[in-house]
Design a protein around this ligand. Structure first.
Ligand SMILES: [Zn+2]
Ligand SMILES: [Zn+2]
Length: 536
């Protein structure tokens, strides 16, 4: 019995595990890499032969967990992909969108190459591969035990991360021994606003746990809600444009819900139009409304009292590209559009037409990975290059971190402490510093932990002693660029925290200005390191 970690080790994207029991081989997730070098990494060959795989278990629809599955079919895989029904439905939407984007990008690159006399570029996979993959998506109900292949049974439990997301309980039996592995997938917070609590699980031999926020605490729900309300109220006062880059699955629905609450409670009196500018977002919202029983107690209460939680007043769903462009001429509006990290999608043209104007507001409501445009804006770049044009960044930039659909440090520890059988923890799906921090916290609770490197393989024994030969695995080295970028994020967080606590102490302004100077120095260093890397 072996577990091989093939992705999302030392980083958050590209989730992929290979589980082997006897002659059965099952993949868990097969996601796209996002951020730096994504194009190159997604095209790297799989570390296994796709035709040798019997089945795939998919924890949730997010593309960094599901996005390379169509590629498996392109390379000859013919097995089933098991996921909950909402995940199946959301995945269909995300895959079709993804194939469409890849096609457009390949065509654009091909045109560019042609002018230079270079060969044509094909997409990673096409619509045909996606339609084939969709035919193999097989829904499973939460909490049922299913026979996946000989030697592997699985139970999908609610992970409370996005609609349909699952923790996997894996029951392995190779004829000699039985081992239970629990794989957290992406875990939601312990006190969710939209979805349900992550399922309580008490027994396992091994637990694979995500660590996106292994070193961070989110602001509380009420604080976050208040912060969002303050930003929106302030922005709307000047009748400006409020741009919200957002993942169009889950986060956007949460924002729509918050806007609905603001209207209902009379906080948002302004009849400002709200544009949800995403054909994919429209479909995702429809899927969300199909599953009222998977909402939180709070949201169910609103449904019961006749509210439409995901449909505030004056909401316009924008599907056609012409209608999207028409919003460029609107001065006063709230605009939700993808992608959440500004690395593409319709938000890009909204930024181009709005970010230069100091009257406008840009509100980040989600995680910004290293190397994305969103991260650079959050870190305070003064200008950005968009569609061949230099655009200055003058709009007010806000970052609201508390909306995360991920568990924070305390949530992860609370979920881990449910286990009564002293399992060993593999810590994945986090930047090195987060994984290391969670590892140390779990160790201080008495758990044994491993932080796997990518492509590392583990023998799973019920007695567990053998695996300890691996002991604590060193965290993969961090590049200088990443390190500087992390420091910058820390400083920005610190400064933001200080601003928030304005009344607390006198030296506040002085410290803020020191932090800003440090930030400036680091940015200079970052630019230098960047130049060096480019030369290489
Ligand atoms: Zn996710
Ligand atoms: Zn994830």
């Amino acid at each position: 019995m072996k577990l091989k970690v093939l992705g999302a080790a030392g980083e958050v994207t590209g989730s992929n595990y290979l589980l082997e029991v006897g002659s059965s081989r099952v993949l868990i997730d097969c996601g796209l890499h996002q951020g730096k070098d994504e194009e190159k990494r997604n095209r790297e060959p799989f570390q296994f032969t796709p035709t040798s795989i019997n089945a795939v278990l998919l924890t949730h629809a997010h593309i960094d967990h599901s996005g390379r599955i169509p590629l498996l079919y392109k390379e000859g895989f013919k097995g089933q992909v098991f996921a909950t029904l909402p995940t199946v439905q959301l995945t269909e939407v995300l895959w079709r969108d993804s194939a469409h984007l890849m096609k457009e990008e390949a065509e654009w690159k091909t045109r560019k190459n042609a002018r230079k006399g270079l060969p044509a570029v094909g997409p990673l996979f096409d619509e045909g591969n996606v339609e084939e993959a969709i035919r193999f998506l097989s829904p499973v109900s939460y909490d049922d035990v299913i026979d996946v292949v000989p030697g592997i049974k699985a139970r999908f439990r609610d992970a409370g991360h996005i609609l349909g997301s699952a923790i996997l309980e894996l029951f392995l039996n190779d004829g000699n021994k039985e081992v239970k592995v629990v794989l957290s997938g992406d875990l939601g917070p312990q006190k969710p606003v939209m979805g349900r609590n992550p399922a309580f699980i008490e027994d396992a031999d091994f637990v694979v746990i995500e660590s996106t926020y292994g070193d961070r605490s989110h602001r509380g729900n009420e604080e976050t809600r208040q912060e969002f309300r303050d930003v929106i109220t302030e922005a709307l006062k000047t009748r400006s444009k409020v741009m919200i880059p957002t993942f169009v699955v889950d986060r956007a629905q949460r924002i729509l819900y918050e806007l609905m609450l603001m209207q209902k409670e009379g906080i948002m009196k302004d009849h400002v139009p709200i544009y949800f500018d995403s054909p994919m977002g429209v479909k995702a919202t429809d899927i969300y409304t199909e599953y009222p029983s998977l909402f939180s107690t709070e949201v169910q209460g609103h449904i019961r009292s006749g509210d439409t939680p995901l449909c505030p007043e004056n909401l316009h769903f924008v599907e056609k590209a012409d209608d999207s462009r028409a919003i460029n001429n609107v001065d006063h509006a709230v605009i939700l559009a993808g992608s959440g990290m500004c690395s593409g999608g319709r938000i890009v043209h909204h930024l181009k037409h709005g970010i230069w104007n100091e009257k406008n507001h840009l509100v980040f409501v989600g995680y910004q990975a290293h190397g994305t445009l969103g991260r650079r804006i959050v870190e305070g770049v003064k200008t950005i290059r968009m569609a061949g044009e230099e655009v200055s960044v003058k709009a007010h930039i806000h970052t609201i971190n508390g909306f995360s659909a991920h568990a924070d440090r305390e949530d992860l520890l609370a979920w881990a402490s449910n286990f009564k059988t002293n399992p060993k923890f593999f810590i994945t799906h986090g930047e090195p510093r987060s994984s290391k921090a969670l590892s140390e916290s779990l160790q201080s609770q008495g758990f044994e932990t491993f932080v796997p490197r990518v492509n590392q393989e583990f023998d799973l024994y019920p007695g567990l002693e053998e695996v300890t030969r691996e002991k604590i695995i060193p965290v993969s080295p961090v590049s200088r660029e990443t390190e500087i970028s992390m420091l910058l994020t820390d400083i920005s967080d610190l400064a933001e925290g200080l601003r928030y606590r304005e009344e607390d102490f006198e030296e506040h302004d002085e410290i803020l200005s020191l932090l800003n100077s440090t930030k400036l120095l680091l940015e200079t260093a970052q630019a230098k390191v960047g130049q060096k890397t480019e030369v290489k």
